[in-house]
Design a protein around this ligand. Structure first.
Ligand code: FAQ
Length: 312
């Protein structure tokens, strides 16, 4: 690495220009991005499982169609993100192998079970809501392919968020049993959703580099606060109660203050010991193994086409 290259690279970042795949970049920037983008991609794909679990039990044809479309969108998000990650010089096989061996993480949130239909509402409202807050910020990230993927993903996530909020709002205004289910789902998904933003800034190993390189445009705590401020108002509107006795409006800061997150639970879940970690990874590994013949067939077809053999 020459100092000139390093200076040019940081100069571009400081000016708000994008770094593109063929540009020179420090190895640490590259590995930081591979880690973050691949974990993001794995989250999208593993995130299909908790909701996929409810496709066959959706309460109406409309609800089923909307849910199928949403789950399919998540697969698409995974694909854009894997492609963005591959531009950094790592193969899809290596990325999947890192997921299967536990080297690469995926979002804590997908290790919780979906027990009732209200959980599908809570995921759309809170999980997609948290994902949007984070991803809107990442539209301004310094790596071009990641930033462009975020712009497209955000458009689809906002439909997902509305789909979830609609389910919650219907249930919160429904029969006493439906209201109870909606509140119960909020009670179970609230704290894990706050954990999605990662550890407090002071405990976040990667934030300092991520901010210097403008990979992150806002810190974990800043984004978490934005999410809390938005969600409390949305819960109020449909008559649900945020399960936090310490939650209160601070007139001076014009933000909600909220209680402490259970960080022991967070670290346990992200290190493989959550309620559904084993099931989620087993499902992925099995599907990947069963899909081997599809990948081989697709590659063989592509190779034949490239060699000019036309089967049509
Ligand atoms: N879960 O130093 P930091 C979605 C790890 S997409 C698991 O603060 P960083 C769509 C972190 O990796 C949801 N692990 O790390 C959808 C690191 O460990 P490492 C996914 C977490 O990267 C909706 C260690 O803790 N979104 O939901 C988590 O600067 C519905 C120290 O943490 C993204 O991935 C966590 N929540 O900040 C799909 C967004 N938080 O790697 C289906 C992109 C932290 O050294 C249905 N990612 N860790 O082993 C980011 O913005 C960042 O990576 C953060 C973490 C903010 C997640």
């Amino acid at each position: 690495m020459s100092t000139t290259q390093e200076t040019t690279f940081q100069g571009k970042i400081d000016k708000g220009l994008k770094i593109e795949p063929r540009d020179w970049m420090p190895d640490k920037y590259r590995t930081h991005l591979i880690r973050q983008i691949s974990q993001h991609a794995h989250s999208e794909v593993i995130g299909m499982q908790p909701e996929g679990n409810w496709i066959t039990r959706a309460p109406s044809l409309r609800a089923k169609m909307v849910l199928i479309a949403k789950v399919q969108d998540e697969a698409g998000h995974g694909l854009y993100l894997y492609s963005a990650c591959e531009t950094l010089g790592i193969t899809r096989d290596e990325l999947i192998s890192q997921l299967h061996t536990g080297k690469a993480k995926y979002s804590n949130i997908f290790n919780y079970p979906t027990l009732t239909w209200a959980d599908i509402g809570a995921i759309g409202w809170l999980v997609d809501g948290a994902a949007i807050v984070n991803q809107q910020s990442l539209r301004g990230t310094s790596y071009g392919p990641y930033s462009r993927a975020m712009i497209r993903i955000c458009k689809e996530e906002s439909f997902h968020q509305r789909q979830g909020y609609e389910i919650m709002s219907k249930m919160a205004n429904g029969t006493p049993e439906q209201q109870e289910m909606a509140q119960d789902a909020l009670d179970r998904w609230w704290w894990p959703s706050l954990m999605m933003f990662g550890p407090h800034d002071l405990d976040s190993a990667h934030t300092s580099n991520a901010m210097n390189w403008k990979i992150k445009r806002e810190t974990n705590d800043e984004l978490r606060q934005l999410f809390v401020d938005r969600s409390v108002k949305q819960a109020d509107l449909i008559g649900l109660k945020i399960p936090d006795p310490d939650l209160k409006w601070n007139q001076e800061t014009r933000h909600y203050e909220f209680g402490e997150i259970d960080w022991d639970e967070f670290w346990k879940v992200i290190n493989g010991d959550g309620f559904c970690n084993k099931e989620r990874l087993n499902n992925h590994t099995t599907a990947h193994t069963k899909g081997q013949w599809v990948r081989e067939a697709a590659l063989a077809y592509a190779e034949k086409r490239n060699n000019g053999v036309n089967h049509e």
